[in-house]
Design a protein. Structure first.
Length: 151
């Protein structure tokens, strides 16, 4: 797979998506749970700010520093889970991990990619080091929900 195939227009678009990339104001910060994660190998880092009510992610924001894949993954994830249940997030998280690690799972079809943009992260399947970039946002959000929230 060429680098051009890795950095698809969809991933580039989500890496620049700023809808969820503004942290809450200092006045609102208390109503969010936050959690930081980083990848010391490449220097990528993310901090999530999450509001959950009755097991629904009612608002989600992030600050991310890193490569295009890390930024796109955070943008895709925020778009995917806002206004969805925590269980929905954990189901998609497991699905992504399987998609990236299980060689028997086929690459998503064009139709699937058009319907479920987060599946574009499957592009990194052939790049072991890039998988960590794609998973950082997902693993950090999972820790935030598991460690810091009562739901």
């Amino acid at each position: 797979m060429s680098v051009d195939a890795l950095y698809t227009p969809l991933l580039i678009r989500y890496s620049k998506d700023e809808r969820f990339s503004t942290p809450p104001s200092k006045n609102d910060l208390e109503s969010y749970t936050s959690h930081k994660g980083n990848n010391p190998v490449c220097g990528d880092s993310i901090e999530w700010f999450v509001q959950v009510d009755n097991s629904i992610i009612t608002d989600i924001r992030f600050k991310v520093e890193g490569c295009l894949i890390s930024k796109a993954s955070a943008g895709l994830l925020a778009n995917l889970v806002v206004k969805k249940s925590i269980d929905y997030f954990f189901d998609k998280n497991a699905e992504l991990k399987k998609l990236l690690s299980d060689k028997s799972v086929p690459h998503p079809t064009e139709d699937a990619l058009n319907c479920e943009h987060w599946l574009s992260l499957a592009q990194v399947k052939s790049y072991q080091a890039r998988q960590k970039c794609a998973l950082l946002a997902w693993e950090t959000l999972a820790k935030a929900i598991d460690n810091d929230m009562v739901y």
